[in-house]
Write a protein that binds this ligand. Structure first.
Ligand code: C5P
Length: 223
């Protein structure tokens, strides 16, 4: 493999309700992070995995993942981008392609990692898996008044793993002054092109309790 995967897994998961840090919540008896790393490690391109864990859980996460795949575990930060930066800092300089993958998208299949890595290998600086938006999307004022309807055909819902030339991702993180919700966003601010490839329904993000219910069902379809 020629790819390092950085896995931000340090979030609290507040929107999921009270409980353990999100990556350690259980899906059919196993932590989300275990599901995520099993699929990540199954991608043939993957040479190295770095997980950013909640600072208090670094040891526990290392012990949890050791039987699943070889991983390096670092302490994450206050914001997602801080966690990505902490993990990126330990990726060796000779690794040419870096994928960033949310632990919360724990059912993203190995094929999706391969699709994204292949597009970077084929010359793209930054690659994101994306799906068409199914809902009608409206811009709304603070008081609830509709300001307008956005043309849905040009919109995409974006997932992870997102793939980058390692130098591009490092430069984007170094330059990122304000916060961004995905790593491609930081690359866009550099003015570099970002390419979409088809995403996967299985790469849905577990955020709210209903997502956990959906993932429980998807797991049965995928396993
Ligand atoms: O909160 P959200 O669902 O957007 O988080 C996306 C991913 O980023 C999750 O896997 C979460 O664990 C991770 N994260 C992190 N460090 C933070 C916040 C979120 O690694 N400080």
């Amino acid at each position: 493999g020629d790819v390092a995967v950085v896995v931000p897994a340090a979030g609290a998961g507040v929107r999921l309700g009270p409980g353990a840090p999100k990556a350690l919540r259980l899906l059919e008896g196993e932590p989300l992070l275990v599901h995520a790393i099993r699929r990540t490690a199954a991608a043939p391109s993957v040479r190295m995995i770095v997980v950013a864990a909640p600072p208090a859980e670094v040891e526990a996460v290392h012990d949890l993942l050791a039987p699943v795949a070889p991983v390096v575990v670092v302490a994450g930060g206050a914001e997602r981008q801080d966690s990505v930066a902490a993990a990126l800092a330990v990726v060796p300089g000779d690794v040419g392609i870096v994928l960033v993958h949310d632990a919360a998208r724990c059912l993203a299949p190995a094929e999706l990692f391969e699709r994204v890595a292949a597009a970077v290998r084929d010359g793209a600086d930054a690659v994101i898996p994306a799906l068409p938006v199914v809902d009608t999307i409206k811009e709304v004022a603070a008081d609830g008044t509709v300001l307008g309807t956005v043309d849905r055909s040009v919109l995409r819902a974006v997932q992870t793993p997102q793939g980058f030339r390692a130098g591009t991702l490092r430069a984007a993180h170094a330059a990122a002054a304000d916060s961004h919700t995905d790593d491609a966003g930081a690359v866009e601010k550099l003015g570099r092109p970002v390419l979409c490839v088809p995403g996967s329904d299985f790469a849905m993000k577990i955020t709210r309790p209903i997502d956990l219910a959906l993932a429980t069902h998807l797991l049965k379809l995928s396993a």
